[in-house]
Ligand binder design. Structure first.
Ligand code: NDP
Ligand code: 2IT
Length: 452
């Protein structure tokens, strides 16, 4: 019988090896640390998980594809971007996870996202493995025609690696309905197949699921509400700070309002907006979804209640709950101190890995309910899996039905994380609960399926 401390030492050795074998991938190292550092109790308690090679296989992607993406801008100039698809783990189902188009994308970023996705997808309870992809292409300021040519070139390589039973991409930063449309069109053209289940986040007239655009933000608010219920409170009357102003942030703000809370901020890479009256969602959607503009335009058009703070941090605005919904490592130790000083009760991650490890530690130590992204933002991929189910059955469900399923799934994830944390002597620690519960499901499937 291995003890927890022996297991911890073995995991520390493995983490050192991961750093050596995957140089210059700090985000992947961070994600691996965050998961492996919480697994000692479950590995010590269940000897089958100590089988040599299990964790080593879990941290090594099954397949990594890197390819050239050449495209021409509107002036005829040729650009060369790099495309990625990391197919991390398919023990539970086809690889599933989004595509990110952002200038910061590199192999380490895609591997961190793909690694997180394995456990997140396991937590949904649905049959989906983990993968992620994207490109260092920056869509900001590009015309629709340029984005279309880029997406067509990207898919001209990606199509050979994906399929409804193999690997099913969706959106992430920089990839929304417009991009999924262009990607789907090129896939259909190259393969001569109407294979709706090859991509999720499709338009509603051609195979998309109702509530998929809303699902990540709505799901994160449902997770935050469940954490608050655990503390004997609800969201009614609470003030919220939200970062980002893209897909996740917008539908987070919408669901907060529906549950009686008031989101007073949003942001983008230029700075943040604080609006004392609460964010006017129609105006924000018009600027971000229709005009593809910047958040300072919101403050200009909203009037006296709103102001734009260039380069500032939303975490400086006092609030009861915080929902980081932009990008990784956007909430650091100093931000956590500010939130705690201002009396924050819950932090729920809409983005992937937005809080640094130091911030998470401080928040948990201060008794703040902390919902890790792989649990709190799982609603998006869960509804993607429901989109795949509808595509497979050649049917479409009502918005009410999808939202009801989403609500069940988020409440189940909350309960699973909460109960798992208690079972492993970490009551209230959703990080440990999410990691162990996700790990158990993937590890059981990997052990049953042999050394592959
Ligand atoms: P969008 O592209 O729709 O929006 C991203 C938002 O975050 C924009 O406001 C963007 O501002 C801001 N942002 C991105 N990168 C940075 C940066 N480096 N610094 C400051 N601001 C930044 O993406 P999503 O809303 O889809 O994704 C947001 C987060 O949620 C990501 O972490 C993603 O991985 C995660 N997520 C998304 C899911 C989905 O279904 N879409 C599901 C689960 C998680 P700007 O325009 O200035 O770059
Ligand atoms: O990070 C994520 O979970 C997503 N970007 C959504 C993935 C998906 O396949 O819907």
């Amino acid at each position: 019988m291995t003890t927890r401390s022996e297991t911890r030492t073995a995991l520390d050795h493995l983490l050192t090896e991961i750093e050596h074998r995957n140089p210059a991938q700090p985000e992947f190292h961070q994600a691996a640390h965050e998961v492996l550092e919480t697994l000692a109790p479950v590995i010590a308690a269940r000897p089958e998980y100590a089988e040599p090679g299990l964790i080593e296989r879990l941290v090594e992607p099954e397949r990594q594809v890197i390819f050239r993406v050449p495209w021409q801008d509107d002036q005829g100039r040729v650009h060369v971007n790099r495309g990625f698809r990391v197919e991390f783990n398919s023990a539970l189902g086809p690889y599933k996870g989004g595509l990110r188009f952002h200038s910061s994308v590199n192999l380490g970023v895609i591997k961190f996202l793909g690694f997180e996705q394995i456990f997140k997808n396991a937590l949904t309870g649905l049959g989906i493995g983990g993968g992620k992809g994207g490109s260092d292409f920056d869509p900001h300021g590009r015309s629709d025609a340029e984005v279309m040519r880029f997406c067509q070139s990207f898919m001209t390589e990606l199509y050979r690696h994906i399929g409804e039973h193999t690997d099913v991409p969706a959106g992430d930063i920089g990839v929304g309905g417009r991009e999924i449309g262009y990607l789907f069109g090129q896939y259909r053209r190259i393969t001569n197949r109407w294979e709706a289940g090859v991509l999720t986040g499709k338009g509603q007239g051609w195979g998309g699921s109702l509530i998929r655009p809303e699902a990540t933000g709505y799901g994160n608010v449902l997770f935050a509400a469940a954490m608050m219920r655990e503390r004997g409170e609800d969201l009614e009357g609470q003030t919220a700070v939200v970062s980002g102003s893209g897909n996740v942030a917008i539908y987070t703000i919408e669901k907060l309002a529906a549950l009686g809370a008031n989101a007073v901020t949003c942001s983008d890479s230029s700075g943040y907006v604080v609006d004392e009256k609460g964010i006017d969602l129609d105006l924000l959607k018009q600027i971000k979804e229709v005009e593809r503009g910047r958040v300072d335009a919101y403050a200009d058009r909203r009037g006296a209640s709103a102001r734009f703070v260039p380069g500032g941090r939303v975490w400086d605005v006092p609030a009861d709950i915080a929902l980081p919904s932009a990008t990784q490592n956007e909430l650091n130790e100093a931000d956590a101190e500010t939130l705690i000083r201002n009396g924050v009760k819950a932090v729920s991650e809409g983005a992937n890995m937005p809080a640094t490890p130091e911030a998470v530690h401080l928040l948990q130590k201060a008794g703040v309910a902390f919902g890790p992204g792989k649990a709190a933002n799982a609603g998006g991929v869960a509804v993607s899996a429901l989109e795949m189910a509808q595509n497979h059955a050649r049917t479409s469900w009502t918005a009410a039905r999808v939202e009801e399923e989403l609500t069940h799934i988020m409440n189940d994830i909350h309960t699973t994380c909460h109960e798992t944390a208690e079972r492993y002597d970490a009551p209230g620690d959703y990080v440990t609960g999410a990691n162990i519960a996700g790990f158990e499901r993937v590890a059981d499937a990997m052990l049953a399926q042999g050394v592959i």
